[in-house]
Design a protein around this ligand. Structure first.
Ligand code: SF4
Length: 206
């Protein structure tokens, strides 16, 4: 029987790469991709992560062992998904921090925040809105732009985050040709915002 709890979490993959997007784009990082997501973005580029049952459940000590086995120079770990906050992350983050790692979370915020984080990237989705209490804890608000209405969604979300939160708009990959000029104009008019690009796709790295 599959048991999922705060010590046993479904994991799709663990690998060392370069952070492709957001405030830390271009930085080397270790990625721990948890599996399971019910947010349902139709343009999602990691649909393989949606079904938690397709991936192994790993004990948090095994997750640490696999991270250590990568022998990566970076101490930055990005916990991503899927939607990582579907699971209680207090124990996993405590263990990784005890080993000196700097933890970054990438989340839609649709589930309660757990764990201890050095950086929280909130990427809200219209289909399943973030819990209210995560907005003020976000260090980075990254809104994916698929169509023009997403700019209104971005402004609404930005009214809920802290003054120090970095504001980023990022073209959805398949729409970038169409939306890039809109995004450039938006940032010129709304100067607190910056553009995030999925650099890993331009560089053809995962
Ligand atoms: Fe995909 Fe993330 Fe949307 Fe889930 S929240 S469907 S993983 S883009």
């Amino acid at each position: 029987m599959r048991v999922i709890d705060d010590n046993n979490i479904p994991v799709m993959e663990i690998f060392s790469s370069i952070q492709g997007e957001g405030k830390f784009a271009g930085n080397p990082a270790i990625f721990v991709r948890l599996s399971g997501c019910d947010v349902g973005c139709h343009w999602c580029d990691v649909k393989e992560s949606w079904e938690a049952g397709k991936h192994s459940i790993m004990h948090i000590k095994s997750i640490l062992d696999e991270v250590l086995s990568l022998d990566a120079k970076t101490k930055k770990i990005v916990i991503t998904g899927g939607e990582p906050l579907m699971y209680g992350l207090t124990n996993l983050t405590a263990l990784l921090i005890s080993e000196g790692y700097e933890l970054h979370l990438e989340t839609s915020g649709a589930y309660p925040l757990s764990g201890k984080w050095h950086w929280i990237c909130l990427s809200p989705k219209k289909m399943k809105l973030p819990k209210n209490d995560i907005y003020l804890k976000a260090d980075e608000l990254k809104v994916i732009i698929y169509n023009k209405d997403d700019f209104n969604f971005a402004i609404e979300a930005s009214n809920k985050v802290s003054e120090s939160c970095s504001l980023l708009v990022q073209p959805e990959w398949s729409k970038s040709e169409e939306m890039n000029i809109e995004i450039i104009n938006f940032v010129k008019e709304n100067v607190k915002w910056s553009i995030s690009l999925q650099q890993h796709k331009y560089l053809n790295i995962r």
